[in-house]
Every structure is written in C-alpha cells, then in structure tokens.
Design a protein around this ligand. Sequence first.
Ligand code: SAM
Length: 236
Amino acid sequence: MKFTILTLFPDFFPGPFAESIAKKAMDKGLFSIEALNIRDFAEDKHKTVDDTPYGGGAGMVFRPDVVAKSVEAVLAKNPAAKLIYPSPRGKTLNQKKVEELSEAENIVILCGRYEGVDQRVLDHYGFEEISIGDYILSGGEIAAYTIIDACIRIKTGVLGNPQTHKEESFSIAGSEFLLEYPHYTKPAIWQNSEVPEVLLSGNHAKINEWRLGKSEQITKKNRPDLWEKFLNNKTK
Ligand code: SAM
C-alpha cells in the first residue's frame, strides 16, 4: 500500500511512522509514504501556491492550477490512485471507511492549509472529502496521519497479533456500533481496588457475557448515537 501526500510541509512525513510498529511494517515493505511539496509545482518566481478567495473573506485558498500539477504528477505514475482531501466538510471517518480504504493500493492525500483548496480541482479529480471529527485543524497533515495510521494497523502483518483489531471498539461481537469493554492486568488488587472476579474465573463463556454487557453499558452511556444504531441493527 502506498500513500502519496501532497503538502506544503513534506518534512511532517514519515513523522510518527518512523517509529514503533509502523516503522517495522514499512521496513517489511507493507506500506510506504512519499510526501511531495505542492510548492514545487508552482511556476512563478515566488513559488506561489495560494491566492485570495473570490467573493472576499479572510484567509487564502490553494490555487487549482498549482494543485492540479501536483495531482497530475502522482496520477501519471498511479492512474487508479484513490484521491482523498481531509476536510471538516467531509463525512466523518469511521472504522468501516478505514476498512474500505485499507483495500486500496495507492492513496493520495491532499493536505489543505489556510481556507482550503479551490473547489474546482476537488471536483475535477473526484477527491473524496473525509473529516476526522467536528473541529478545525490548522492543516490536513494531522488528519493524514490519522487516516494512514488507522489503515495500516489493520493490514495483514502489521500488528503482532492479527486478532487485535478484530476485538476492539467498532468490532465487538461482530458489531460496528459497540465500544470496547474495560481491561485489567496484574496486580489483581491495586489501591484496594480488585479486578472483577469473573475475569479470574477462567470461564470464557461468562467472561464473554460480562464483556458484552460492559460494552453495551459503555456505548449506551458515552455514545447514545451508536447505541441507537446498535439497537436498530439488532431488530433487523
Ligand atoms: N475553512 C475550512 C472549513 O471551515 O471547513 C477549514 C480549513 S482548515 C484551517 C485547513 C485544512 O485543514 C483543511 O483544508 C483540511 O485539509 C484540514 N482540516 C481541518 N480540520 C479538519 C478535520 N476536522 N478533518 C480533516 N481535515 C481537516
């Protein structure tokens, strides 16, 4: 799997992926990241990438002609690449979307800055807008980290134990709508607080039942939106 990042800050990459399991996965050739500087595709002597917005208002907007040149350069090598524009306007990223994206061989992530990117270039190339949450970041690079990290950790061979991502939030008991149950480790008593007895019982049927109950409780309390989807899905 290859990620090509179009950014004004190529030194952000590989960033966190130069450490830990991501580094090992990269060393094994399971994925790669190439960052291209959008500014390198500007043709005037000042290497201008942005301009003021038509219609007025604060901030600057990435020029479509400059961005298009960077996109063309990537598509010339990978014509079938999936094009993503991280943006607060996009649909919010979830685990289902991550699973879909992780199937792609080539993903291009266009990192906006300032007010964002001229709409025509997004429409022309069919960029999919993806949000990582209801807040505003300064640029798309941190969102790109999120998308890359979520995709690569579910690729075969990246995590030591391939079961890990099959038993966590958004995959509990085969449901994409349940959050994970709490975890405990040694010591069995800490600060006068004991590990729930059932977890020491060795009775796996009981443990699974307890865990599912906790998942349901936590989802109901913290994410009523997911809980409602879980209930609706159950009745189908
Ligand atoms: N003017 C834009 C708006 O109101 O939707 C926000 C622009 S933001 C300051 C600059 C860039 O950061 C965006 O073009 C986008 O690439 C990225 N960005 C900001 N928040 C994001 C989010 N929640 N999810 C994904 N990308 C985001």
